[in-house]
Unconditional design. Sequence first.
Length: 325
Amino acid sequence: MLIRIACKSDPKSSEITPKDQYLNRRKFIAGTGLVAGSVAMGAIIKPVAAKVNSPGMNPGLKSVVEGYSKLGEDDPLTPYGDVTSYNNFYEFGTGKGDPVENAGLFNPKPWEIAVDGLCANPGRMGLEDFLKPHDLEERIYRLRCVEAWSMVVPWVGVSLADVVKRFEPSGSAKYVRFETVVRPEEMVGQRSRRILPWPYIEGLRLDEAMNPLAILAVGLYGEELPNQNGAPIRLMTPWKYGFKSIKSIVKITFTDEQPRNTWNVMAAKEYGFYANVNPNVDHPRWSQARERRIGDFLRRETLMFNGYEQEVGELYAGMDLRKEY
Ligand code: MTE
């Protein structure tokens, strides 16, 4: 079943423009059985090409998922067109429009994920088997990029905590490391190592990975993830800067060493391991106190932990967040 987890810091939305379309997509999910525990992604979710196209409606729509009317004023959903055309995905180029332009060559099907390292149940499996035991959930989250822009996105995904538990990390595992696919023939940005050292790597402390907010997203707006948004599966940790949300994951490793995440390797003074959204700790080259919500004219104040302090603040009790950024 589709579970909409209401969390304490839910973004609020009453914005009508994308909502009409969106509700139809929500009905689409409910009507097609996308939400069934056993998920055949390709068969059930309508694929979205790399180019922006508005997802179609399903004439067989039946039920509407509850909960949407409770959303309020401050955080309207960012329209689908913006979410899928203003991206960071350096594997497809460094411009915001490059991913949607260049990701058409990328083929995320079939897809395999390897799980290895310090755990009882390592293995390599197709995406469908990887997802099969888990319920798909809808999560509407703010996404705050370290570059001081933000969005509100309705994701579809599985709880990362549930995934972690299933592979049974051993007592010595302290971190989870994630790795993006390397396919220079399909990912034009990967043809140059001057852009980033490939593969893109990210990591979480194990207790961060177990936080209920963390998901592995496989869709947005009720559709499969478009290539430019990290098809077929990406991380989403909404209290952290967007660069933690690694896309197109092929490998998950349980480890006792803090992973060296790509942006930290590139510029350690500018990008840390934790990357928690923090309006009080500026980037060396710009303020993090405010942000531009895509579609807004005026900038707004950035919230501590991107507004998710109640859910995640405990994870960092006793840490000096100025040093451990
Ligand atoms: N993952 C990979 N593999 N490569 C990237 O360049 N960019 C990150 C993150 N995940 C990136 C990535 C950054 S900087 C951000 S802000 C988010 O993806 C953007 O996600 P979006 O394009 O879906 O908004």
